[in-house]
Design a protein around this ligand. Structure first.
Ligand SMILES: [Zn+2]
Length: 395
């Protein structure tokens, strides 16, 4: 872990390895060396997903372990890397102990899970399940419009030839940090992940009239800032109306002209809604949009709402969940079944083969931050459950 964390390592701790950056290439190169040292059959597919397979049973599809090596800006060293490196270690353990398996075990490092430099996120696994075509992926422009995905992929040397359509798997397992506070607060060691909750992202543009803060009577204002604040307040209220499973976040607010003595003329804000229940999520979306339109109309502010991302909740495979649970139990670890609050490659893989995830605690529930931390003891437990489950699947 520590050797990988040096690549893109930040001076104050944490890691920054944006997709297809120089740091991403270095991390990939290191993984490539490690996979070759173990004697894995290494390949790279058309969108840059990396594979290393061990075992030569011709008829059986591999059991894959994996995650991603890219990070967000100012990110941590555990998100993603943990699943890739623990997967590699699991394979190493099988090799070194001559464990006889009837199915091959494979490792995957997915391209662009984070979606920071290029969107959408989970791009490599989305492409693998056929959710986006290779041609389309190659033409995607970076968020700053400076770079084209296909050109950057080629530049770092990871435009592979392995065809996405030829992918076959018995199962997919991903070990990941929880990125939330639940396991730590309940003092549990392992999260047996049952599903990934649904995600809905909307951006809202509000256009009113910027005007003098002293001379414009209240009843004549078209205050985009006031409408934005009302929407933010309603997003919180909505979670109380719908119940525990609903979460709502307004994470981005851009106010123009952003001056102390001017009525805001234009605001862009984003709303992130998530729920494990798709019907409730749809209800939340409808309520929020209805409210936003109504309050904008009352204030005389124009409103434009764009859906940026919409993923339904993804349930994981029941028998695989039970296997993970059985492994945790057998090893004497405390655990609970739980949903994932964040999106992961495993939710894409669930469309291809039986898939699930294993969580370990995140200190203070912090992730996507240089403060991200999981203890070596917790990492070992997670890696043991991953290995135990993988062996059961491949036996
Ligand atoms: Zn991740």
């Amino acid at each position: 872990m520590s050797q990988m964390a040096k690549i893109g390592g930040l001076s104050g701790g944490g890691v920054e390895r944006l997709t297809l950056s120089k740091e991403d290439k270095e991390a990939r190169d290191l993984l490539m060396i490690w996979m070759r040292e173990l004697g894995l059959k290494v390949s790279v597919d058309q969108v840059g997903n990396m594979y290393g397979e061990w075992g030569n049973s011709k008829n059986a599809a591999p059991v894959y372990l994996g995650s991603h090596l890219d990070t967000v800006g100012n990110g941590g060293e555990y998100d993603g890397s943990l699943g890739v490196l623990a997967g590699l270690e699991a394979i190493q353990t099988c090799i070194e102990n001559n464990i006889e398996l009837s199915k091959p075990i494979g490792l995957i490092n997915f391209t662009n899970e984070e979606g920071v430099r290029f969107t959408p996120d989970m791009m490599g696994s989305l492409a693998l399940k056929g959710g986006i075509g290779v041609e389309k992926v190659m033409k995607i422009k970076s968020v700053d419009k400076q770079f084209i995905f296909g050109e950057e992929l080629e530049k770092i040397g990871y435009k592979g030839t392995r065809k996405l359509s030829e992918f076959k798997a018995t199962a997919y397992l991903e070990l990941h940090i929880e990125q939330g506070p639940v396991l730590e607060s309940e003092q549990l060691e392992i999260g047996v992940v049952e599903m990934v909750q649904g995600i809905s992202w909307n951006e809202i543009y509000l256009t009113g009239q910027s005007n003098h803060a002293g001379t414009t009577p209240m009843h004549l204002r078209k205050d985009a800032g006031y409408v934005a604040a009302s929407i933010i307040q309603y997003a919180r209220q909505l979670t109380h109306e719908i119940g525990d499973r609903q979460v709502a976040t307004v994470g981005m607010v851009e106010v123009e002209p952003n001056l102390i003595n001017v009525v805001p003329g234009r605001v862009r804000l984003t709303v992130d809604l998530r729920n494990t229940d798709d019907l409730q999520l749809m209800e939340a979306e409808k309520k929020l949009i209805d409210f936003a339109k109504k309050i904008a109309a009352v204030e005389g502010v124009e409103i434009e709402i764009n859906s940026l991302v919409r993923f339904q909740p993804v349930p994981f495979d029941d028998s695989l969940i039970a296997l993970v649970e059985g492994s945790a139990k057998e090893m004497g670890y405390s655990y609970k079944r739980m949903p994932s609050g964040a999106g992961h490659d495993a939710q894409m893989m669930a469309a291809i083969c039986p898939s699930t995830m294993i969580f370990i605690p995140s200190k203070n529930g912090i992730s996507h931050s240089v403060k991200e931390y999981s203890s070596p003891e917790d990492i070992e437990k997670g890696a043991n459950v991953l290995l135990g489950t993988a062996i059961r699947l491949a036996e």
